[in-house]
Design a protein around this ligand. Structure first.
Ligand code: 3HC
Length: 281
């Protein structure tokens, strides 16, 4: 099958890496805002794939075959022959809606259009596409090559056929899918991001240092990494955006973003991607 992945960030490159080594996928159009970004995104995949070769998890021949499937592009029209499009651009409702409205011109009604959104409405995205029955959430977790879960998010119009198709597709990628009805934050982020927000509150109140907050959750709750290191891995801009969605969609004050999280974003302390967040990289 032919897949298009739109985006050039952590999730787009991670998903590309997962798909290119899989036999179900024969071609991937990796579509970014400009040629340079698309080429850089492919280079990121090349680096990860070469690490897998060094570790003996992939042969040289398998890696060449995987990378040959990836076609970087800056043209949205490259999606034209795709069976599946996966959007993984910035977590911003307006940006995504504009993208889907433009995509309307290039996709066939039979193409499945999936969004990797962390919390936004699949139903709204479907409303500007030719066939809302084929619009669905396909939410991978970071780092996509490592995390087993994929949330398949069912919008108001999403068809059962599409859900079943993606269940099989993701299982064949080696993932463990769960089906989730559309709701702000779906399942994981509705719990995980408020936990991170609470860790920010604990830090802001001076109850413990960032190192000790993380140590507490690693050794007291067996989390693989502490909530503040996880915040830096996800990106504080994404954490803030998800808190804003939870709050605006529900109106529930328990989802209020902590002012320190907002301040971190304003200071561009986004985490690993800017080399500074709750920790330095
Ligand atoms: N890309 C590819 N592979 C990676 C990776 C990355 N960015 N980071 C780590 N790995 C691989 C390593 O190569 C290693 O592979 P190996 O076992 O084959 O050698 C394996 O993962 C373990 O890595 P490390 O030994 O370096 O480190 P850890 O054992 O500490 O694991 C971790 C790192 C997998 C990130 C682990 O700490 C973890 O699971 N953390 C929690 C991550 C999490 O909760 N993610 C979800 C975030 S929420 C989200 O994504 C939703 C979004 O909408 C906000």
């Amino acid at each position: 099958m032919e897949v298009s992945i739109i985006g050039s960030g952590t999730m787009a490159t991670g998903i590309t890496q997962v798909l290119c080594v899989n036999d179900q996928v024969t071609k991937i159009n990796l579509i970014a805002r400009n040629d340079n970004k698309a080429l850089l995104a492919k280079a990121v995949c090349e680096k990860s794939i070469s690490r897998l070769v060094r570790k003996g998890k992939l042969t040289e021949a398998q890696s060449i075959n995987a990378l040959e499937k990836i076609y970087p592009s800056s043209l949205l029209s490259s999606v034209i022959a795709s069976d599946l499009v996966i959007e993984a651009v910035a977590e911003d409702f307006i940006i995504k809606m504009e993208l889907f409205s433009e995509l309307y011109n290039y996709v066939k009604g039979s193409t499945i259009i999936a969004s990797n959104t962390s919390s936004l409405s699949i139903t709204a995205f479907g409303s500007v596409l030719p066939n809302s029955k084929n619009v669905v959430g396909l939410h991978f977790f970071n780092p996509a090559p490592v995390m087993e879960l994929v949330e398949i998010v069912v919008g108001h119009e999403t068809s059962e056929d599409v859900v079943q198709y993606l269940k099989v597709f993701t299982q064949n990628l080696g993932k463990s899918p769960v089906v989730v009805q559309e709701a702000p934050g779906f399942v994981v982020n509705r719990m995980l991001i408020p936990m991170i927000n609470e860790a920010v509150s604990i830090l802001a109140e001076g109850i413990a240092t960032a190192v000790d907050i993380d140590k507490a959750m690693k050794f007291g709750a067996h989390h693989p990494m502490g909530p503040l290191a996880l915040a830096d891995l996800i990106g504080n801009d994404v954490n803030l955006s998800i808190m804003e969605t939870l709050y605006s969609e529900t109106g529930d004050p328990k989802y209020r973003a902590h002012p320190l999280l907002r301040k971190m974003v304003r200071a561009n302390h986004l985490g690993r991607k800017t080399k500074k967040g709750f920790f330095e990289y």
